[in-house]
Design a protein around this ligand. Structure first.
Ligand code: SIN
Length: 279
């Protein structure tokens, strides 16, 4: 197995067949995943069952509540865009499941159908985002917690749910509306690496605990801009056989929506995580 660290975030792993991992290979991948938060694999040939089996090396599979499921494998979520849909899923910086009390560990995304051009995904590291702040701002953030929510993204009044053609790939908005908005530390001790990681994101974070949204906005906007400075962004151009595995507690991602009129279909398997603690 060859490990090629990427300039922005993550490691590209080559010379490896994910269908037949030895114990030693699995342990190395687990170390790399904890350290970097993103693994990219090329030229793989994973069936749906292989995809699910790979996820189980990291933990229990999470059945997505809001995305349509694969018709034969309910634990595989369909992250798709049809030619007549204008918006895509994940088309803004976010980390999945921060709206849960126990946010998911990460997701393994397998490319099944790609547009002729475009449809890349950007990633950034939340370890690097925290490291790059001044000691003064780091110490302020260490004392803060933030409120997260799924309602404005997957609930009944979300923009996805307003247009029938866009809503077709989602389900159960009432579950998003019924979810209690969780509060997480703004700087977490990463459960695997034990390093500090910045844990707010533009997709799902509403405000700092005890602050109004208006008071929170300037500092959140500053953190968001700081995290995505261009030298820190890793671009993944998908090809048939590409598999990406990201850690939701250590990275953000952004699915580019630059392939109007074409189909893009990805299979996503998400792995359960645990309650997050402050650094
Ligand atoms: C996601 O946000 O899970 C989707 C990422 C992608 O489709 O590239």
């Amino acid at each position: 197995m060859q490990l090629n660290p990427l300039a922005g975030v993550g490691v590209e792993v080559t010379d490896l067949d994910l269908r037949c991992l030895s114990t030693h290979q699995t342990q190395r991948l687990q170390q790399q995943f904890a350290e970097h938060g993103l693994l990219i694999f090329r030229d793989q040939a994973l069936s749906e069952l292989d995809h699910l089996a790979l996820a189980k090396h990291w933990g229990e599979v999470n059945t997505n509540r809001f995305f349509q499921a694969h018709p034969e494998y309910p634990d595989i979520a369909l992250v798709g865009k049809e030619p007549d849909q204008v918006t895509n899923i994940g088309g803004g910086w976010h980390t999945d499941h921060s709206y849960d009390e126990e946010p998911a560990l990460g997701s393994i995304l397998v490319a099944r159908e790609l547009p002729q051009q475009g449809g890349d995904t950007w990633f950034v590291s939340m370890y690097r985002a925290f490291e790059g702040l001044s000691k003064g701002l780091q110490s302020l953030l260490l004392d803060l917690r933030a409120v997260h929510s799924a309602k404005h993204v997957f609930g009944k009044s979300s923009s996805y749910m307003q247009a029938k053609v866009e809503a077709a790939r989602l389900r159960k908005p009432e579950l998003a509306d019924a979810l209690e908005d969780p509060i997480h530390p703004v700087v977490i001790r990463h459960p695997l690496s034990k390093k500090p990681s910045l844990y707010v994101n533009p997709g799902f974070t509403l405000r700092f605990e005890g602050w109004t949204e208006a008071e929170s906005k300037p500092l959140l906007d500053y953190l968001y801009e700081h995290a995505v400075q261009s030298e820190k962004v890793q671009r993944l151009s998908w090809k048939p056989g590409t598999v990406a595995f990201w850690d939701n507690r250590a990275t953000w991602h952004y699915a580019l929506n630059d392939y109007q009129g074409e189909r893009r279909m990805m299979h996503r398997v998400t792995i359960n995580g645990s309650k997050l603690t402050a650094y």
